[in-house]
Design a protein around this ligand. Sequence first.
Ligand code: 5AD
Ligand code: SF4
Length: 461
Amino acid sequence: MNYTLEVRNLINNKNLKYIIYTMGCSLNENDSEKISGMLEEMGFSKTDELEDADFVIFNTCCVRENAEERLFGKIGEIKKLKETKDLIIAIGGCMMQEKEMLDKIKKSYKYVDIVFGTHTMQDLPEDVYKVLTKKEKVTDVIDIDGEIIEGLPIRRNDKYRAQVTIMYGCNNFCTYCIVPYVRGRERSRDPEDILKEIKDLANNGYKEVMLLGQNVNSYAKDGFKYCKEKPKSDIDSFAKLLRAVNDIDGIEKIRFISPHPKDFSQDVIEAIRDCKKVSKLVHLPLQAGNSKVLKEMNRNYTKEQYLELVQKMKDMIPNVAFSTDIIVGFPGETDEEFEDTLDVVRKVGYDQIFMFIYSKRNGTVAAKREDQVPEEIKHKRFDKLKELFDSSVDEINKKYIGTIQEILVEGYSKNNKDMYTGRTDSNKVVVFKPNNKIKEGDIVNIKILKDHKWYLEGEIY
Ligand code: 5AD
Ligand code: SF4
């Protein structure tokens, strides 16, 4: 049965609207774009106003605890709305792959109509059909690794920059992280499917792609065993994939997140160096700077090896810059060990740091440890790291003054409607006055004139 069509017929002419709350990372955002695509094929249209919605979807995350608080706060609000009108509520995503959370929703949130997991997103049309016809609750969660599903419709959030998932899951089992439990094993997409998706994007005017995966430089290492058929392409590594994407006409900028330092092989460094379109801002998650903590995190590199890798890239790739993820307050981390994190931050000179306070995730190895760091100390370390980074931002931003930066015009700035905005290769936001020769989606040269804390200001060059 074609459930999309069935739903379409059922809701025909009713002008039903959906709202989607995405609570997680870029991979989640990309999943939400596919959920939106499916809903629009079923005949729902998008709204950003909760009051107008007939269908509310939560795409959840479980990497850190605060996502749960946000979810339950929002569901409570929606319960009140459901009392006043016909409303379908669906919750999907990573959090629903956790047994405890799934049980909690089923037991205490009975007004939720559909629960789906990360491996069953593609069944949404069937789930919606069941709710509409049989008025029954649907739970559609499996915890085996899903086969890769290609060809889902997609409604993208952006017109010029697109996210493309190249692989699903993670095999690393960092001891703090829940992702391998909820997203399953690494599953690489067929390179031909990826390249076709990107060529289609280029044909539709997209200029920038962000390649996504939990561990992109493990791409292809699973031997493509989760693909429907064995790929015909000879692309069998992340480096080769980068080079192939670089050859696609129309695409001007290529970014990727996240690589793992332990898998950052020479061929990937060479591909970044050689491929003109590949951003020279490399996201290189550090997590912690102390070798003992890194060992306990199961990261498979030491402080010295990380710094050597950074140095190698600085030597090999002109204008390379780095961004990173850092967790403070991993169980057992002492003040001295935390100093190593600050030391690495000083030595690398990151352009951007995503900072996280360690959050205990049930089921992970680190959650079982008894030497959890007190909240107060974790917050102190977070503030210290933030202070160090903030003080270096001015210095980094000043280096841009007088330089010419190639920028994709994304449109008018949200904060200043008279100014256009875009990003440097190193992902810094730039604002500048438009003129009538340039339009959204163009690539323009901008001379940087002034630095602000979180953005740069320039003029068309
Ligand atoms: N607590 C805090 N931060 C975490 N991350 C992953 N798991 C946890 C956790 N339990 C961070 C890591 C990862 C980023 C996506 O989220 O830094 O790189
Ligand atoms: Fe989590 Fe580590 Fe996998 Fe990243 S590499 S998703 S931090 S287990």
